[in-house]
Design a protein around this ligand. Structure first.
Ligand code: ADP
Length: 648
């Protein structure tokens, strides 16, 4: 059967399955390997980076520890012989927001409630008694003022003098003599003679007088006022002056600041207030020298190692200072947060919390990332590399499998074709041979009646012979074709001669009574370069098909013309025609639309594939235009020149 030539697809399925497995199994293995490798890579990267970050946190911890060491050293070495000067030194050098200075015995030295001034008690003196009587009992303010003035003049003690002048000014005020009171108070305040005079309570007298003076003048724009204010402020800011108790200093600072608001005269006032508030709330010093909270909200304390001072910090300042310090040393891509002992941070990274610093028990350092998680980034990059390599391996495997598959399938097809060809050839040859043998045997046996009978038998033998030759010719052509051995004998040949050769070869059939042939060949067809015999066989095959696949009333038209630098040969028939799906396949080897019809017409499905092979071997083309039931037109276009070498 001719149909046996058609490729059988069922044999390919197991092959496809094997190929799929060949490509799929390594692909799955590679993917599995990539997944495992990626996971391990992430773990390795995580471990490496974590240890790097822990080391980094260690260096931040050392920075913080050295910050505290510096604070302690600065506090211990703050300038000044007295406790008050040391306090001022600590505040001025911005070591802390406040400080308490202790003696070695643990006694608070600064801020201390009282100063160590000598107390001059004048109340028991009879002349003072007389003056007081005049002032308070008799309300003789003018007389009292004179009595106090006399006391001042008669005494050689600066404390007595100052107290008397102050009392005199008070009486003058009560008597309504304000300007005189101001005058003598001013004299008292400006004369350095009375600078260290104390009141009967032991407090420094002059600063109080200055406050009174300022209240009496009461005019910020007054030059006198500004002068008194400046001198008073300078004295309060002078921490070397041991005569001022811290409570008097703080009181006066607050009063003066109130009198002249808007300008800050006392850089240590806030520290004084903080220290006093602290002592009020927490009179006994802490035992441990570490950073601790205080009873004051938002205030931290730390006792310096030599236990000579407690440093006080407002939370806001402390945290911002520590943050600045941390930010300065932290790597650019990370954020390090200081975590309060009572706070808990949600874990965002695998880097563990780290102790913040010595002297800061319970405080921790937490590390987060500014941008994308570097663990993720590093492992993603590695994953990409793995996937890249994996993809290359998979694609390479698939390609190799494909190439191997193609090769194997081509080999299989060839083997199958060979088998099919052998069996078909023997089968196809057997039929005409058998029929010829039968006819020859009949003739040899003399079983014929007269010359007519003999003539018919001989014609039948000739026909079978012709069919046999045609079949053998086609098989040989195909065999050469399959082995890619066809080589054309290229020469200049008149296109008209090719058509003529074909017409002659087909003359018998085309002139049959049921066949009407129209030939329309341009007499001036050009010369083309090609294999005359091969090209004639193209036309013969087309004419032969036109004849074979047409009904009893055959109308065949052969046209040849010169068009667009090509010779165009057209064979049209009014036969059974072809569907568009069939026209796509008829040039395939061994393809036949209707096998039984083809068989009847002694076809073997090779004619058109040979035609296409020859045409393309001449750099030409072939096309078909057909309608089922109407007929077909095959058109061959051959270029005027070509080199004739062909590859399958
Ligand atoms: P065969 O030797 O079978 O004729 P071909 O390769 O010449 O092989 O043709 C392939 C098939 O194409 C034929 O079997 C037939 O079905 C179809 N065919 C070829 N020429 C025509 C035509 N002119 N009209 C209709 N069908 C055709």
């Amino acid at each position: 059967m001719i149909g046996r030539f058609q490729l059988k697809h069922d044999g390919r399925s197991p092959l496809l399955l094997v190929l799929l497995l060949v490509a799929l199994v390594p692909a799955v293995c590679v993917l599995w390997l990539i997944t495992v490798a990626t996971r391990n890579e992430r773990l390795a990267v995580e471990r490496k980076l974590t240890s790097a970050y822990v080391t980094h946190l260690g260096s931040v911890q050392r920075e913080l520890t050295s910050f505290w060491r510096d604070q302690h050293a600065s506090a211990a070495s703050a300038a000044g012989g007295s406790a008050s000067a040391r306090f001022a030194g600590i505040i001025h050098s911005n070591v802390a927001d406040g400080a308490i200075i202790y003696a070695a015995s643990g006694e608070v030295l600064y801020p201390a409630a009282t100063a160590t001034n000598s107390i001059v008690q004048v109340a028991e003196d009879p002349i003072w008694t007389t003056a007081r009587e005049l002032e308070f009992r008799l309300a003789n303010h003018v007389g009292a003022a004179e009595a106090y003035e006399r006391i001042a003049q008669d005494s050689s003690d600066i404390h007595v003098q100052a107290q008397a002048i102050q009392a005199q000014a008070g009486c003058l005020l009560k008597a309504g003599n304000r300007s005189e009171a101001i005058r003598i108070l001013d004299r008292l305040a400006t004369n350095s003679m009375w600078r260290h005079a104390t009141s009967e309570h032991g407090t420094l007298l002059i600063p109080n007088v200055q406050l009174l003076l300022l209240k009496l003048i009461g005019d910020l724009e007054n030059e006198r006022f500004r002068d008194v204010l400046d001198r008073a402020a300078a004295r309060l800011n002078d921490y070397g002056d041991a005569g001022l108790s811290s409570s008097q200093r703080r009181f006066l600072m607050e009063e003066l600041q109130r009198l002249a608001p808007g300008k800050s005269f006392f850089p240590t006032l806030a520290a004084e207030q903080l220290a006093e508030d602290y002592l009020e709330a927490n009179p006994s010093p802490p035992v441990q020298g570490t950073l601790q909270t205080t009873p004051l909200p938002g205030v931290y304390q730390i006792m310096i190692p030599d236990r000579s001072a407690i440093l006080l910090f407002r939370e806001e300042r402390l945290l911002s200072e520590l943050k600045r310090l941390i930010d300065r040393v932290a790597l650019p891509d990370i954020v390090i947060q200081l975590v309060h002992p009572n706070d808990s941070l949600p874990r965002t990274t695998t880097v563990p919390l780290h102790d913040a610093a010595d002297w800061m028990p319970g405080w921790r350092l937490a590390l987060t990332f500014r941008g994308p998680d570097p663990f993720e980034a590093a492992s993603t990059q590695q994953t990409r590399i793995y996937f890249g390599i994996g993809s290359i391996v998979i694609v390479a495997t698939a390609l190799l499998a494909l190439i191997a598959g193609r090769f194997v399938s081509a080999q299989m097809r060839l083997t199958r074709m060979k088998d099919d060809l052998v069996s078909t050839v023997s089968h196809e040859l057997k039929t005409p041979l058998a029929s010829m043998r039968m006819l020859v045997d009949t003739l040899l046996a003399g079983r014929y009646h007269g010359p007519d009978h003999l003539d018919r038998y001989l014609k039948l033998i000739a026909k079978e012979n012709h069919r046999l030759s045609h079949l053998i010719e086609n098989f040989l052509s195909f065999s050469r074709l399959a082995r890619n051995k066809q080589q054309f004998l290229m020469q200049d040949v008149k296109a008209g001669a090719i058509v003529q050769d074909a017409l002659e070869a087909m003359q018998d059939r085309l002139t049959a009574p049921n066949c009407q042939l129209t030939v329309d060949v341009d007499p001036d067809l050009p010369v083309i370069r090609g294999d005359r015999q091969a090209l004639a066989s193209v036309v013969i095959n087309l004419l032969d098909n036109a004849y074979k696949y047409t009904g009893s009333n055959k109308q065949i038209r052969l046209r040849a013309c010169h068009k667009n630098a090509t010779v165009q040969i057209e064979v049209a028939d009014n036969g059974i025609g072809l569907s568009s799906r069939e026209t796509e396949r008829i040039f395939d080897r061994f393809y036949q639309v209707d096998q039984s019809l083809a068989r009847e017409q002694s076809g073997c499905g090779l004619g058109l594939s040979i035609v296409r092979f020859i045409v393309e071997g001449h750099n030409g083309s072939i096309s078909v235009n057909s309608q089922p039931g109407t007929g077909s037109t095959f058109t061959v276009r051959l270029p005027l020149t070509n080199n004739g070498q062909i590859e399958l």
